[in-house]
Design a protein around this ligand. Structure first.
Ligand SMILES: [Zn+2]
Length: 292
């Protein structure tokens, strides 16, 4: 295992990035229509600031300390890297959820109330419940129930929304143009529907080739994010590694399927019992130099 190497630049970089990142938050667009001085009977104009609803104190999940995260090198070919875990020794893992078929409102409430950091990799056909449902959807009660409203509600609950293509194809079976259409199409759609463009691609089934990375780069993706363990119904973790242990920096993959809310609680309890925290993926990827 490589020891700790350079630790200094990180803090400065992170601080600079944080300072520069005045983005995000679903800000209202449009000028806040200057109050028109229309005289009103009984003075119905809003009098002073009303008790504003409690704003969340920042993005959910733990963020890296200075020097905690090793830098992930840019590939020599200049294309987006393929990442499946975050290089840290802190006991922190990252939750990612794929597709978007089953849209249980209870899950969004849970994410919002408990401030659980998640990255949702959405597929258009799943969100819009088009065509035959993926087996991972298992024919749930909330199949496509809210469509993009559901995705927006997740985003408002603090989730990030990332790219999992339009139709969930096996990307390497497509040529460059086909892959580009799938990835860029999803990027444009997510931007239109949520107001924020994704920066990460999760290739369906984890399948990718060099053309995938090229197309991803052309569509503004800064990395392909795979995973180190999947979460099964009942909150059971299926590891990709033989020793069947959570490791620092692991990326866990779940799906929007029935009973997600219950399974999710079991999973989160299990992670915490093992002494792990839930990390903010965005902050960790920035610290690793992957995203800006
Ligand atoms: Zn998928």
């Amino acid at each position: 295992m490589p020891g700790d190497k350079s630790r200094k630049i990180r803090l400065m970089t992170v601080l600079a990035l944080l300072a520069a990142a005045g983005c995000g938050a679903t800000g209202k667009h449009g000028p806040g229509a200057a109050a028109e001085a229309s005289p009103q009977v009984g003075g119905t104009a809003p009098a002073g600031p009303s008790a504003s609803p409690a704003k969340p104190p920042g993005p959910p999940g733990v963020t890296p300390g200075p020097g905690e995260v090793r830098r992930i090198p840019r590939p020599a070919d200049g294309l987006p890297p393929v990442i499946s875990s975050i290089p840290t020794r802190r006991k922190v893992v990252f939750l990612t959820i794929d597709d978007g078929w089953e849209q249980d409102p209870g899950f969004v409430r849970q994410v919002r109330q408990e401030r659980i950091p998640i990255a949702a990799f959405v597929t258009r056909d799943a969100v819009e419940a088009q065509g035959a449902a993926d087996p991972t959807a298992q024919g749930g009660r909330y199949l496509g129930a809210g469509k993009w409203d559901y995705v927006r509600s997740m985003r408002e609950a603090g989730a990030t929304v990332e790219n999992h293509t339009l139709t969930h194809p096996d990307l390497p079976a497509l040529g460059y143009e086909g892959q580009r259409a799938e990835i860029c199409g999803a990027t444009r759609l997510i931007r239109r529907q949520t107001g924020t463009a994704p920066t990460l691609l999760r290739p369906p089934f984890g399948n990718h080739n060099t053309l995938t990375r090229r197309a991803a780069g052309a569509c503004g993706m800064q990395a392909l994010l795979l995973w180190t363990a999947t979460v099964q119904p009942g909150g059971k973790i299926a590891y990709q590694v033989p020793d069947k242990k959570l490791r620092p920096g692991d990326v866990l993959l779940l799906h929007f399927r029935p009973n997600l809310s219950r399974d999710f609680r079991i999973l989160v309890d299990k992670i915490r019992r093992r002494g792990f925290e839930l990390g903010n993926l965005d902050a960790y990827l920035r610290a690793a130099g992957v995203t800006r």
